[in-house]
Design a protein around this ligand. Structure first.
Ligand SMILES: [Zn+2]
Length: 209
C-alpha cells in the first residue's frame, strides 16, 4: 500500500488553518509543530522555519509584526490585497502630483516614477492607497538598499558574537577588531539604528532608568 507522505509544508499549513485569525509567534508555532510532528511521525521536524517563511512568501500567511504570523481566511492567498491595481496606481500618482515624494522630481525631469509600498510587502504591507507613495527610480533604489544594509548589519553582529565566543584565538581577535570597525561605520552614519548591539549609542530614554 502506497503511503501518502504528509509534507512538512502541508503540516505547517494545517496548523495555521486550524487557528484562523490567531496571531501566533514564530517561536510558539515552531514549539507546537515540532512537538506534534514528533508525536505523529516519530521523528524530528527538520525545517519548520523554512515552511513558515515559504507560506508567508506564497501569501498564505500574513505577517502582522516581526515574527508574528496570522492566517486570515478572507485575504489568504489573494495577491490583489498585496499588489496595487492599475486604478490604485493612477490614484496614488494623482494624489502625489506625479512627483517623487522625496525629491519632487517628475517625468518632465526625465526620471521614472515607481509606486512604492511604504510598508514593504515582505512585512505584510498591503496594496492600499494609504500604503502607496510615488518614488523616483533612484529613491526607490535607495529605499530598497537601506533594507539591504540591515541584512548586512545583522550579519556583522552575528559574526561578532561568534568571534567573541572564541576569545583566545588570535585570528578571531583580529576579526573582532575588523567587525567593530565596520559596525562603528554604521553608527557613524546613523544607519539602521533600530538594529542594536552592545556598541550602539545608548538612547536617551534608557539613560533615565
Ligand atoms: Zn526622488
Amino acid at each position: 500500500m502506497a503511503e501518502k507522505k504528509l509534507s512538512q509544508v502541508e503540516f505547517v499549513r494545517n496548523y495555521f488553518m486550524q487557528r484562523p485569525m490567531q496571531v501566533i509567534s514564530h517561536s510558539q508555532a515552531k514549539t507546537d509543530l515540532e512537538a506534534a510532528w514528533l508525536t505523529i511521525m516519530g521523528k524530528r521536524l527538520e525545517d519548520s522555519d523554512r515552511a513558515i517563511r515559504r507560506l508567508h512568501g506564497d501569501g498564505f500567511l500574513e505577517k502582522v509584526a516581526k515574527g508574528q504570523y496570522m492566517y486570515n481566511p478572507d485575504t489568504s492567498g489573494k495577491k490583489e490585497f498585496v499588489e496595487f491595481t492599475a486604478a490604485e496606481k493612477k490614484a496614488i500618482l494623482e494624489r502625489d502630483g506625479y512627483k517623487c515624494v522625496v525629491c519632487g522630481l517628475g517625468r518632465e525631469n526625465g526620471v521614472d516614477l515607481h509606486i512604492d509600498h511604504i510598508k514593504p510587502r515582505s512585512l505584510g504591507g498591503q496594496g492600499t492607497l494609504e500604503n502607496g507613495q510615488v518614488l523616483c527610480a533612484p529613491h526607490n533604489f535607495i529605499k530598497k538598499n537601506l533594507s539591504q544594509t540591515e541584512t548586512g548589519k545583522k550579519g556583522f553582529i552575528r559574526l561578532l558574537e561568534l568571534v567573541r565566543s572564541a576569545p583566545d584565538d588570535p585570528v578571531a581577535s583580529q576579526l573582532e577588531v575588523f567587525l567593530l570597525d565596520v559596525l562603528s561605520v554604521y553608527e557613524k552614519h546613523g544607519m539602521n539604528g533600530h538594529i542594536r548591539w552592545d556598541g550602539s549609542p545608548v538612547p536617551s530614554e534608557d539613560l533615565e532608568t
